[in-house]
Design a binder for this molecule. Structure first.
Ligand SMILES: [Zn+2]
Length: 337
């Protein structure tokens, strides 16, 4: 799988390929962009291109080196990221927490050795915004004096940031969300889903192929229906139910994502009111949308949409607001409108 097989990022890959061809690759990169859009894939691919035994300035994906890098068992390429389905043999696992100075010292220790296999050492920090201040300051030293045979790739989410001193030392590549047609095509192929279901999942995933492919498609569509049904029937007359729903959402795996479903639902009802059924995402649930549309005005939908959006922003970096309180507050406001 060479660079050309990475879909939807021609511009981003083009920058890297040009630098590779001219032998002018930066020592440190910052890849930023929406979650699951292909930043990690591109970073690992760059590592392959620097170590592939079959291909120059590109990678074959099948040689021993490429396969070891893919499995994260290649000595000179190492990843720092939370443990997850993709992480395989991540060197430093910071599941659920911050990357502390000890982890940075580990990285520095690894980078101090010469590349054993004769290519380039590549260190990828996926979720670099999770480095606390001390860790970032320690990391700065590595960026200021990068080992000559090493490339460092920091990956951060959209909207996240790092100390300005770190930013100024990295070549930044901003990844755009995957174009919708490419996303739908990838979902169709990988999840063996129909065109309609793929389009729906593409919308629900907010443009994240990583997210979409991580889902069990039947389960996610069913959960969406259950959650929407529950959240749209909350009432201030029954605060117990509001608090219980908030607790369930806050304790779930992905409260921000669940609120994304709710936001899309509000948008869909608004579109229905405006007679734009052609733009509705949850087109498979049209009768339910029509039922909910009866109790809402366009104004209440817009204000609901904004409230949900604000709650998402509050729960994400850099704010990290208390999830339970944020969702409670949101559900109370939505139920009262
Ligand atoms: Zn190869």
């Amino acid at each position: 799988m060479p660079f050309k097989d990475i879909l939807g990022h021609d511009r981003e890959i083009g920058i890297l390929k040009k630098a590779l061809a001219n032998d002018r690759l930066a020592h440190s990169f910052l890849f930023s962009g929406p979650d699951g859009c292909g930043k990690r894939l591109t970073a690992v691919s760059l590592a392959k291109s620097l170590n592939c035994s079959e291909s120059k300035d590109d990678f074959c994906g099948t040689c021993q080196n490429c396969r070891e890098i893919e499995n994260l068992s290649y000595t000179d390429v190492f990843l720092v990221e939370p443990r997850g389905p993709e992480s395989k043999g991540a060197e430093v696992d910071y599941t659920g927490g911050t990357i502390k100075i000890d982890a940075v010292r580990d990285i520095q220790h690894r980078l101090a050795y010469k590349a054993i296999r004769g290519g380039k050492k590549v260190c990828i920090v996926n979720g670099a915004e999770k480095m606390n201040r001390d860790a970032q300051n320690a990391f700065l030293k590595t960026l200021e004096e990068p080992p000559s045979d090493s490339i460092i790739i920091l990956i951060i989410s959209d909207g996240a940031t790092l100390l300005p001193t770190i930013l100024s030392r990295c070549q930044r590549i901003n990844f755009r969300p995957l174009p919708r047609n490419i996303l739908i095509e990838m979902i169709k192929q990988k999840l063996h889903a129909s065109e309609d279901t793929s389009a729906l999942i593409a919308s629900l995933s907010g443009g994240s192929i990583g997210k979409a492919l991580g889902w069990d498609k039947e389960l996610i569509l069913e959960q969406r229906k259950e959650n929407i049904g529950r959240l749209m029937h909350l009432s201030l007359a029954d605060p117990e139910k509001i608090f219980k729903a908030a607790e369930d959402i806050a304790k779930g795996d992905s409260p921000v994502e669940l609120l994304e479903f709710l936001k899309i639902w509000y948008r869909d009802i608004a579109l229905l009111k405006e007679r734009r059924e052609d733009m509705i995402v949850n087109s498979d649930l049209l009768p339910l949308l029509k039922e909910h549309a009866k109790d809402q005005t366009l104004e209440s939908l817009i204000s609901g949409f904004k409230l949900i959006n604000q709650a998402q922003v509050d729960m994400m970096p850099p704010r990290y607001a208390n999830k339970q309180l944020t969702v409670e507050n949101l559900l109370i406001q939505l139920s009262g409108s």
